[in-house]
Design a protein around this ligand. Structure first.
Ligand SMILES: Cc1cc2nc3c(=O)[nH]c(=O)nc-3n(C[C@H](O)[C@H](O)[C@H](O)COP(=O)(O)OP(=O)(O)OC[C@H]3O[C@@H](n4cnc5c(N)ncnc54)[C@H](O)[C@@H]3O)c2cc1C
Length: 367
């Protein structure tokens, strides 16, 4: 294979990186995307579908196209011939529907010719060698972006094998009495889903969720946001990343009113511990940390990479120090890239890693 760039993982972060590389002048023949599903939206669609998410938490700029502008609000206003999305976006109130977002992803996939670069293969090992990185038996690539996504669903240990338990990101309906474990966006969505289905809901949570529009504080999404984060030392950075991973969901009447009504009529309550329930929905997210991902765990062990608790230590541009230089690049995108960009597991985070990866590729003298 003569391709010089490899993207490992075929999800949304990979699609964003692919679109960015294509806009930067690279051709499908230059890039191999190794993934498990030809459709880059497959995992996102399945998870959002399971919790019946209707609107994105992100705003107009939460898209997969290479350029920031036009965002999804402009596209929607033009398509609908209606200025409402533009007005809403002025007040950070525009949230595309999941359907609009999926249509947009399908358009990016087609326009960039993603399918031409796709190789259906799970990569088991990435080894630094002379001139780049060897990916199993697929040859040596000077520039590699790893975007494997989350390493599996997290469930409370005490519910292992419990037939009443289902993870929120797996298909399910709602029993008459539902217990939801967790207090983030997926949990809040499930409280409302189950109430709308006529169920009574018990929310099990050990601490109160924070209320904020985006999944991390808004300043972190700005151009200057990551700079002060990058000035932190290791213990402080670990503490910040831990604090930002606590559960949160947006503010607003659409969330509060149905819960308040249900609370008043005795159909919604909050408890600190699990007790008897007909159905338990685990809105407990994903396993956390590189050790849960065999590819990343092996990469760290093989190359003695620096780590800090759950995170692989990265340079501010999301590259792996010691394995990236002027002639080769190894970078991480998506959730494993949090050391460089705390909101790595968002579309904004995918763009952050993708743009810096493209800069590295462009600067490479042997490109
Ligand atoms: C319900 C839900 C709603 C969300 N809403 C928003 C939102 O509103 N705004 C926002 O910005 N973000 C949102 N996100 C977060 C974010 O956009 C997603 O987590 C996004 O899917 C991350 O993309 P990814 O490519 O890192 O991972 P994924 O989309 O999970 O894709 C990773 C892919 O890589 C494959 N893979 C893994 N290891 C290998 C390997 N070794 N070799 C080959 N392939 C491999 C996997 O099988 C998978 O197909 C949401 C997430 C969820 C779950």
């Amino acid at each position: 294979m003569s391709r010089r760039i490899a993207i490992v993982g075929g999800g949304l972060a990979s699609l964003v990186a692919y679109a960015t590389l294509r806009k930067g002048g690279l051709e499908p023949a230059d890039i191999a995307v190794f993934g498990t599903d030809l459709d880059p939206a497959a995992d996102f669609r399945r998870r959002a579908g399971a919790i019946r998410q209707r609107a994105m938490r992100s705003e107009s700029d939460g898209h997969a196209a290479a350029a920031s502008w036009p965002g999804l609000a402009v596209r929607s206003a033009l398509r609908r011939r209606d200025p409402a999305p533009l007005v809403a976006t002025l007040f950070d109130r525009y949230h595309p529907t999941v359907g609009e977002f999926l249509d947009h992803l399908a358009g990016v996939r087609e326009r960039t010719a993603w399918d031409e670069s796709f190789v259906r293969e799970r990569i088991r090992r990435v080894r630094a060698v002379e001139g780049g990185f060897e990916l199993d038996g697929h040859g040596v690539f000077p520039h590699v972006l790893l975007a494997p996504g989350h390493p599996g669903l997290e469930r409370p240990a005490e519910l292992a094998g419990d037939p009443r338990a289902v993870h929120a990101y797996e298909p399910h309906d709602y029993a008459d009495r539902v217990t939801v474990v967790g207090a983030g966006m997926a949990a809040a969505t499930e409280w409302l889903n189950a109430l709308a289905a006529g169920s009574s809901v018990v929310s099990v949570r050990r601490r109160e969720p924070e209320r904020r529009p985006l999944n991390l504080p808004r300043p972190l999404f700005t151009r200057r946001g990551p700079a002060s984060f990058h000035r932190t030392g290791v213990p402080q950075r670990v503490a910040l990343l831990r604090s930002w991973s606590s559960p949160s969901y947006p503010c607003g009447r659409a969330w509060d009113e149905p819960l308040e009504d249900a609370r008043r009529s005795g159909r919604f309550s909050v408890v600190p511990e699990l007790n008897g329930a007909e159905q338990i929905i685990c809105a407990t997210g994903f396993h956390r940390g590189f050790r849960h991902d065999p590819l990343l765990a092996k990469l760290v062990a093989d190359h003695g990479l620096e780590t800090a608790e759950d995170w692989i230590v990265l340079a501010p541009d999301s590259t792996v120090p010691g394995l990236s230089d002027t002639e080769r690049t190894l970078a991480l995108a998506g959730v494993p890239g949090q050391w460089a960009f705390p909101a790595a597991d968002t579309l904004a985070g995918a763009k952050y890693a993708a743009r810096r990866f493209l800069q590295r590729v462009r600067r490479c003298p042997t490109r």
